[in-house]
Design a protein around this ligand. Structure first.
Ligand SMILES: Nc1ncnc2c1ncn2[C@@H]1O[C@H](COP(=O)(O)OP(=O)(O)OP(=O)(O)O)[C@@H](O)[C@H]1O
Length: 302
């Protein structure tokens, strides 16, 4: 069952048409990612879903509610991450959790949320004294205080170090396991690949692909790649002559061979015949980043 339905969403700022007919549906219990280059319209899309921006065309339904018409009801169903600047510096973590839980009809147990988010030791700490990761965890706790059916998380782990980022991912999975549907805006390929059940790739205000991360990767046909450092002088033309090989390039001391079929066997057999060892041999798989570049024609800035 679709819990969020976005159909032909249009948004203009003056003459600038930012969303040009965005459509997708998020199923209950999914972690659904929105991925796209800078300025693609990701935040505009989720802010329309949150009822914070007024679309110029199209329809949105969140649990059957139109975010423009029934903002009060939407607040009870949808939890959105607050921007950092929205909390007063001197407010303590425990005070913020208690205050925000008073806004909801069915607040979650904020002490339990603090426990899950590893904030129990910080309840008496002022907001301004929290680290980036702690602020991020607090903003997630605040988004979940109303026991929402849907949580919208925009740039969830931007600014976090790799370990804190992984901790937050684990947490999001636990929250989904409690039955919350998650809509996630991200720049990070690893985050999208690791966390999202499905992804919508948005570019210049249009959805250009919707699929699982694996499904998106399998759309790229860049062939197989083998990278190694030959232990001795290598006659490249013999590599190029192999049926399995489509291209041979040097990258510093390494050689990168692209091809198809049983490429690895063909290359290693040839090298063995020339008594050359392939040092630091790596077989490279296509990645979500390759898929993103193939779809949008440009890399993701992070
Ligand atoms: N309030 C506004 N007034 C005018 N233009 C805006 C406004 N908000 C966003 N835009 C423009 O709309 C476009 C889409 O912005 P949006 O923030 O939705 O993109 P995004 O995909 O979230 O980008 P990023 O990854 O950089 O956050 C951009 O060109 C942006 O400059």
């Amino acid at each position: 069952m679709a819990i969020i339905e976005v159909d032909s969403l249009v948004k203009r700022y003056g003459d600038n048409s930012v969303l040009n007919g965005v459509s997708f549906a998020v199923e209950q219990g999914e972690i659904f990612g929105i991925l796209g280059p800078n300025g693609a319209g990701k935040t505009t899309t989720v802010e329309c879903i949150e009822g914070l921006r007024t679309p110029d065309g199209g329809t949105i339904s969140v649990c059957g509610i139109d975010p423009q018409r029934d903002t009060g009801e939407l607040r009870q169903l949808l939890g959105a991450q607050l921007q950092e600047s929205e909390l007063p510096d001197k407010l303590k973590v425990g005070e913020a959790l208690e205050l925000y839980s008073s806004f909801y009809r069915q607040p979650a147990d904020w002490r339990e949320l603090a426990e899950i988010l590893n904030l129990t030791g910080k309840l008496g700490t002022q907001f301004r004294r929290l680290s980036g990761g702690q602020k991020q965890r607090l903003s997630i706790a605040l988004a979940l205080l109303g026991t929402p059916k849907v949580a919208v998380l925009d740039e969830l782990t931007t600014g976090l170090d790799p370990q804190a980022r992984r901790d937050v991912w684990g947490l999001i999975e636990r929250i989904r396991d409690r039955g919350v549907t998650i809509l996630l805006v991200t720049h990070f390929m690893e985050e999208a690949e690791r966390l999202c059940d499905r992804l919508a790739v948005i570019d210049t205000g249009r959805v250009i692909a919707i699929d699982t991360p694996g499904g998106l990767v399998s759309r790229v046909d860049k062939g197989q790649r083998i990278r190694f450092r030959p232990s001795g002088p290598l006659d490249e033309t013999r590599l190029t002559a192999l049926d399995e090989v489509t291209s041979v390039e040097w990258a510093g001391p390494q050689i990168v061979v692209t091809g198809r079929g049983d490429l690895l066997l063909a290359v290693t057999t040839l090298l063995a015949g020339q008594r050359i060892t392939a040092l630091d041999l790596r077989v490279e798989q296509n990645s979500l980043e390759d898929a993103f570049v193939a779809l949008t024609g440009r890399p993701v800035e992070s």
